[in-house]
Design a protein around this ligand. Structure first.
Ligand code: COA
Length: 255
């Protein structure tokens, strides 16, 4: 098991921390597998009432590891159904317990799109959200092509999904993606206190309320599968491979 994702219990809260700061917490296949394992443990443990996500080193995550993207693009596999990333994305959307995120610094790609699945998101002033899928020759994932227009309205979502413009913590708060902006030195403690508060609630009522707030998820799951199909095709396109190679050769930052 990798130590690039660390997990510890704080009473009824599972705290999951991305811990690859030298690579801006970019997510590899083994990190997605570790995240998936943490989510599964949190799901099955009756004593767990909430899961808190954060990143080490002043950054949340730079998104999927671009070297991994290139390796997948060059692999012979015909579909993406069983990649660690797609397994994690499905588990994220189907997770039934409250999810809290503490976002500091870059939250790129999945770093932003997973926030749509969180119940409470707290951000440091340094938080910077970005969904650079189109710039990379890719399409959005984790339901974000449905959830961003629902949350932000289609006009604002187009700025972030079609133009791939970054947005800061204050904008994320205005858009309803972030609950509050908290000084960096207080961020994790603040998010943890909220996660603890959730975990201390009457569990059945909490989970039922969350389910009711999320509504019928079947349309979302179907949309996510459509995204994954498009994503896999896009990943193998010449333009995506060129964007990955350019980043890895440091000739061009995609963001
Ligand atoms: N995949 C693989 N490696 C990554 C990475 C990623 N997504 N993001 C950062 N890294 C690596 C860099 O290559 C660099 O490695 P090195 O020290 O061996 O040269 C290290 O992490 C530090 O990144 P750097 O680019 O120097 O940091 P920065 O603060 O100048 O910029 C980002 C941070 C996030 C803006 C920039 O790294 C970036 O654009 N990353 C790619 C984001 C992306 O497109 N992700 C895919 C989303 S779908």
């Amino acid at each position: 098991m990798t130590d690039l994702v660390s997990t510890h219990r704080d009473g009824g809260v599972v705290c999951v921390t991305l811990n690859r700061p030298q690579k801006k917490n970019a997510l590899t296949g083994e990190m997605y597998d570790a995240l998936l394992a943490a989510f599964e443990t949190a799901s099955s443990d009756q004593d767990v009432g909430a899961l808190l996500l954060s990143g080490e080193g002043g950054v949340f995550t730079a998104g999927n590891d671009i070297g991994d993207f290139l390796a997948s693009a060059q692999s012979a596999a015909k579909e993406s159904a069983s990649t660690p990333a797609s397994r994690f994305i499905r588990a994220l959307a189907r997770f039934e317990k409250p999810l809290v995120a503490a976002i500091e610094g870059q939250a790129v790609g999945i770093g932003t799109t997973l926030c749509f699945h969180c119940d409470l998101v707290y951000a440091a002033p340094s938080a910077r959200f970005l969904m650079p899928f189109v710039n990379l020759g890719l399409v959005p994932e984790a339901g974000s092509s449905m959830l961003a227009p629902m949350r932000f309205g289609r006009a604002r979502a187009a700025e972030y999904l079609l133009l791939s413009e970054p947005f800061d913590a204050e904008t994320a708060r205005e858009l309803g993606l972030v609950n509050a902006i908290v000084p960096a030195e207080e961020l994790r403690a603040h998010a943890l206190s909220k996660a603890r508060a959730l975990a201390a609630k009457p569990r059945a009522a909490l989970l039922a309320t969350r389910r009711l707030m999320r509504g019928d998820s079947e349309a979302l799951y179907a949309h996510m599968e459509a995204e994954l199909g498009e994503f896999w095709r896009a990943l193998r396109s010449p333009e995506a491979k060129a964007a990955f190679t350019a980043f890895l050769e440091k000739s061009k930052a995609p963001v």
